[in-house]
Design a protein around this ligand. Structure first.
Ligand code: GMT
Length: 383
């Protein structure tokens, strides 16, 4: 395949969209493409030097008039600058707000310089299901999705939800989240396990950005019910606005001695590798990358059946699903699995098998083919 020069715009934080964008860029670079990340900080997972990866920092000059520096204008200008100097073939923006609108604006500016820069928008989740629907953003989201040269969504659910919630006249291609199975696998970390669960307790884990949509209180409530029946420990990986409330709840229901708040962790796969069960009681989830990461490390998933989760977690095979808020059912399912080692081991195997369906080596060519198609199509349309 002809090597491409690809610009990637994403959030640099630990959120799912930034993680997917960064892992995608790294995988594309490994295949020889030239990848240019554009963001206000080096993305969290862009942690080592790769020859054909470049980073362009958006710095927004402050001025006394601004209460809030206009990030969108700075980002648009940085995209234009990068295209002019790096001669990008295509721009891929992750998370619609505000990235799709800035890509549209940059494309219009570049047209005045006789350059046509096609852009692809990837919808990740809350840009559609929560934030994007709000009247504050809806007109801009609808417009900039419709003006994209290509649109992808990370699950069938998200694609349908986008059509339901916005007046979209574009075809949306589903390209799911993916996983690097070389990194996410069940490595032997016995010393770790011993340190966390010295008496051989079962280890439950939750990783997220601790926002309301994750229903982190349900994580703690489920754990309490499990702990009443089975000696166990809970690992909480990540950080976010709900952390304080969670900590208070842990104290109120007296489980703190069995809970570890680990904060944001780089090597989450090492913690997953020693875990027995992943708790994922989200209100909504377009796909559930965190669950896929757990499954790749052979950790069965106790989740809700919200959004796109059923496209990843198979009820009664790789874990169990319950209705949102049904703490009782999620606790019962956890207990039944943790009490039956044969069943638990079978589910662990099944989880890994299911993760293979989302192997990066399978999904990456879908992106490459889509880039090619969009580049060719936009060339024809410019004739
Ligand atoms: O809410 C988050 O967890 C972060 C959010 C994001 O866009 O940064 O994640 C979304 O994108 C992930 C990657 O595509 C999906 O796997 C998550 O399911 C999705 N989160 C939600 O829909 C709540």
């Amino acid at each position: 395949m002809k090597k491409m020069r690809i610009g990637i715009v994403c959030y640099p934080t630990y959120g799912g969209s930034g993680v997917v964008a960064t892992e995608l860029g790294k995988a594309l670079a490994q295949k020889g493409h030239e990848v240019h990340f554009i963001s206000y900080r080096v993305p969290a997972r862009l942690d080592s030097f790769v020859e054909n990866i470049f980073f362009h920092e958006v710095n927004f000059a402050d001025y006394p008039l601004f209460e809030r520096a206009p990030y969108e204008s700075a980002l648009t200008s940085k995209i234009v600058d990068t295209v002019l100097h790096a001669q990008l073939d295509i721009l891929h923006v992750h998370y619609a707000i505000p990235h799709a609108a800035t890509a549209y604006f940059a494309r219009e500016i570049l047209k005045t310089k006789n350059i046509y820069l096609p852009y692809i928008t990837t919808l990740h989740g809350t840009d559609i299901t929560l934030v994007g629907k709000d009247a504050t953003y809806e007109p801009v989201v609808t417009f900039s999705i419709n003006k994209s040269d290509g649109v992808t969504a990370v699950s069938e659910y998200l694609k349908e939800e986008t059509y339901r919630s916005f007046a979209i006249d574009q075809e949306i291609k589903v390209i799911t989240n993916f996983i690097d199975l070389d990194r996410f696998h069940k490595a032997k970390k016995e010393h770790f396990k011993k340190a966390i669960a010295p008496l051989g307790e079962k280890i439950l884990i939750h990783t997220s950005n601790f926002r309301q949509v994750k229903r982190t209180d349900d994580v703690v409530k489920i754990f309490k019910k499990v702990l009443d029946k089975i000696p166990s420990k809970l690992l909480l990986v990540g950080d976010g606005p709900e952390r304080q409330t969670m900590e208070q709840l842990c104290r109120d229901i007296e489980v703190m001695d069995h809970v570890r708040f680990l904060g944001k962790q780089e090597a989450v796969e090492e913690l997953l590798a020693v875990s027995d069960l992943f708790l994922f009681p989200s209100e909504t989830e377009s796909f559930g990358l965190a669950a896929l990461e757990a499954m790749a490390c052979q950790v069965p998933v106790i989740s809700t059946n919200a959004g796109g989760i059923p496209e990843v977690n198979i009820d009664g095979v790789t874990g169990y699903m319950s209705n949102v808020g049904d703490v009782e059912s999620m606790a019962e399912n956890s207990i039944s699995l943790l009490m039956d080692d044969n069943k638990l081991n079978l589910f662990k195997e099944n989880a890994l098998k299911q993760a293979h369906a989302f192997d990066v080596h399978k999904i990456l060519p879908e992106y490459e083919d889509f880039y090619k198609l969009v580049i060719e199509r936009s060339k024809v349309e410019q004739l």
